[in-house]
Design a protein. Structure first.
Length: 244
């Protein structure tokens, strides 16, 4: 059964008078059973991300999707690949993490006291979900859908996700595709070994036959069967706290 929802475009205040646009969705009647900070792909808060937030609220889960570009220009899917790559290179990851911590605080303020809070990110947002698992506070868990785990260190990216893996202390769900050139299976296995070595609760799955962005129904790489499995696994994590 899908519940009625209440969706609003809102703003999240940051230090220095900055206000970040965000999409907020709540179950219309009952208090949420969980709350999720939804971190977008590089395309920012587009219709795909809004639809994911709507689906969550329809299952009783509050969702808040902030604009990781603070209202500035984000790439669009029609941009040439080199422009998208340059956007990735130009993005300030340290600022993104600071913003992410503020977004988590805003989500807690908007959800009833005691609501379990998760972060769920896709590609670029998956990277920041991973970072917030290490640098955020009060999280019940992290979900990373095909967010990069390793890349060349550079000025705007002084650390890579794998650097912070040993600082993650909350349950971690990572779902990836077999044919993803951005997140090779060897990176997923390296992360798995880090978690296994210290007995950290995690579930890392590489779906056979799936590509990058297998969950995005607007992309050619969308894989309906894998997306359905991924949704069920993730929703169970939010509702029941189980990684099985």
């Amino acid at each position: 059964m899908t519940l009625a929802i209440t969706a609003t475009d809102t703003r999240i205040p940051l230090a220095g008078g900055v206000e970040v646009p965000a999409y907020q969705v709540m179950p219309a009647a009952d208090p949420p059973v969980a709350a999720v900070l939804v971190l977008s792909e590089i395309w920012s808060v587009n219709q795909n991300i809004r639809s994911i937030c709507d689906r969550l609220a329809g299952q009783g889960v509050a969702a808040l999707a902030p604009d990781l570009y603070r209202g500035g220009a984000a790439p669009v899917e029609s941009d040439p690949p080199e422009a998208v790559t340059q956007s990735f290179l130009d993005y300030d990851d340290a600022r993104g993490i600071r913003d992410g911590r503020a977004f988590l605080r805003a989500l807690r303020e908007r959800a009833p006291v005691g609501t379990r809070v998760f972060v769920w990110g896709f590609c670029m947002g998956g990277r920041f979900a991973h970072y917030l698992g290490a640098c955020g506070e009060g999280l019940a868990g992290v979900v990373n859908f095909y967010g990069r785990l390793s890349f060349e260190r550079q000025a705007n990216k002084p650390f890579i996700p794998m650097d912070l893996a040993d600082l993650i202390e909350v349950p971690y769900l990572g779902l990836f595709g077999e044919f993803d050139p951005i997140v090779p299976e060897c990176d997923v296995e390296a992360l798995r070994q880090r978690f296994v070595a210290r007995g950290h609760p995690h579930r890392l799955t590489v779906f056979k036959g799936a590509e990058h962005a297998f969950f995005n129904h607007t992309r050619a790489s969308y894989h309906p069967q894998v997306a359905a499995q991924a949704w069920d696994i993730t929703l169970r994590f939010f509702l029941e706290g189980t990684l099985q």
